[in-house]
Ligand binder design. Structure first.
Ligand code: CS2
Ligand code: MN
Length: 357
């Protein structure tokens, strides 16, 4: 594996590359062109510029999170063709720059959903949290307002204000899209992009839906082992792979996280490792990465990645806000740096105990 860190780019991120460079054992950056709306073509010069900026800081780009998918592709409307063409051209441009891992998601309308962005934990840190009760009481349009009002002045990924303007209309456009239709549209998209992925050896890594069930009546399919296996088989090409995000699949306690990883040998192209603390089945918060702070056995998760021979980029995922840092919720420097150090420690211990007998 290669330890990496998500960075939104100069002007969008409070964290600086030179700070990331000082996290021990961390060599890779996961980034994006944050201001380019889903569906638009990525300019080659911009890709080159961000690559040069990262390399000038002594790091390199290990992958993109995300090249977002336009809603027309998920809905399967006739105008999807132009957006798929743009996606293919963007992949080609990334491939030409040697960038060969692309994370994306296939969630209708919303990206991840949380109901609190700054729940206070007993140690005084603040974290993202979710209660089903709050979602059930909420009008989806209000979701944007509540997220936008609490982000420390940052634009949250997936919650860009320009999407807010269209939310009503978007819901309308999804009214005939059920799980089966969404699978079909995902298959269509993957089949169209596989040739360029094969040509440039680009590994596509679908991010799970978060939480791993339907919210606001919208279909959601990347939620469990059965569905992800269906997806791997329906386009059976190693370039069609996954981002294994423990915090997203783990929102459903029925998901056996190490078991899922083991079933995906050869298809895990990117790993997000984080912990959740369940207060009840319908109420969870994002804990520190350490196993004892939350509900997951992080050793077993990292061990499963080690055992399947995972050699892609791995990153700490959402961190707590600690030490008075002001940053995008989930994406400060300090707690994610602690997470990276902890995952590196687990990996070293697992590696040495398995190779030294
Ligand atoms: C999530 C997502 O992993 C995460 O941090 O919060 O925003 C994720 O980046 C996207 O769903 C991937 O496309
Ligand atoms: Mn994730």
């Amino acid at each position: 594996m290669e330890m990496t860190f998500r960075w939104y780019g100069t002007g969008f991120d409070t964290v600086k590359l030179k700070q990331i460079r000082q996290i021990p054992g961390l060599t890779g950056i996961i980034t994006t062109l944050y201001d380019i709306p889903a569906g638009e073509l990525w300019p080659s010069e911009r890709i080159r510029a961000i690559k040069e900026e990262v390399e000038a800081a002594g790091l390199h780009i290990s992958g993109i999170e995300s090249v977002n998918i336009h809603d027309s592709i998920k809905i399967g409307s006739p105008d999807r063709e132009q957006y798929i063409d743009n996606y293919i051209e963007t992949l080609k441009r990334l491939g030409e720059e040697g960038i060969t891992m692309v994370c994306y998601n296939f969630m209708p309308v919303f990206d991840w959903t949380r109901t609190e962005l700054a729940r206070v934990r007993p140690d005084g840190s603040t974290v993202l949290a979710y209660t089903q009760k709050a979602v059930d009481a909420l009008d989806p349009e209000k979701m944007f307002d509540s997220i936008a009002g609490d982000t420390n002045g940052m634009v949250m990924p997936g919650w860009e204000p320009e999407r807010l303007a269209h939310v009503k209309e978007l819901f309308e456009r999804y009214k005939d899209v059920d799980d089966e239709k969404l699978f079909e549209n995902l298959k269509y998209f993957l089949e169209r992009i596989m040739p360029v992925c094969n040509q440039y050896d680009i590994k596509m890594a679908i991010h799970p839906d978060d939480p791993a069930w339907s919210v606001f009546g919208l279909p959601r399919i990347i939620i469990n082992q059965e569905n992800i296996q269906r997806m791997m088989k329906m386009v059976d090409d190693p370039h069609n792979g996954v981002t294994f995000c423990s915090g997203s699949y783990g929102t459903n306690p029925d998901n056996d996280l190490p078991g899922m990883i083991r079933s995906l040998k050869g298809r895990v192209h990117f790993a997000h490792v984080r912990n959740l603390k369940f207060n009840s089945r319908d109420d969870f918060e994002e804990a520190a990465h350490l196993s004892s702070d939350g509900s997951f056995d992080m050793y077993e998760i990292v061990k499963a990645l080690y055992d399947i021979g995972f050699d892609g980029p791995i990153r700490p995922d959402h961190g707590r806000m600690i030490w008075d840092e002001v940053a995008m919720p989930g994406y400060g420097l300090y707690d994610r740096a602690l997470g990276a150090a902890y995952i590196n420690g687990l990996w070293e211990a697992i590696e040495k105990s398995s190779t030294r007998g």
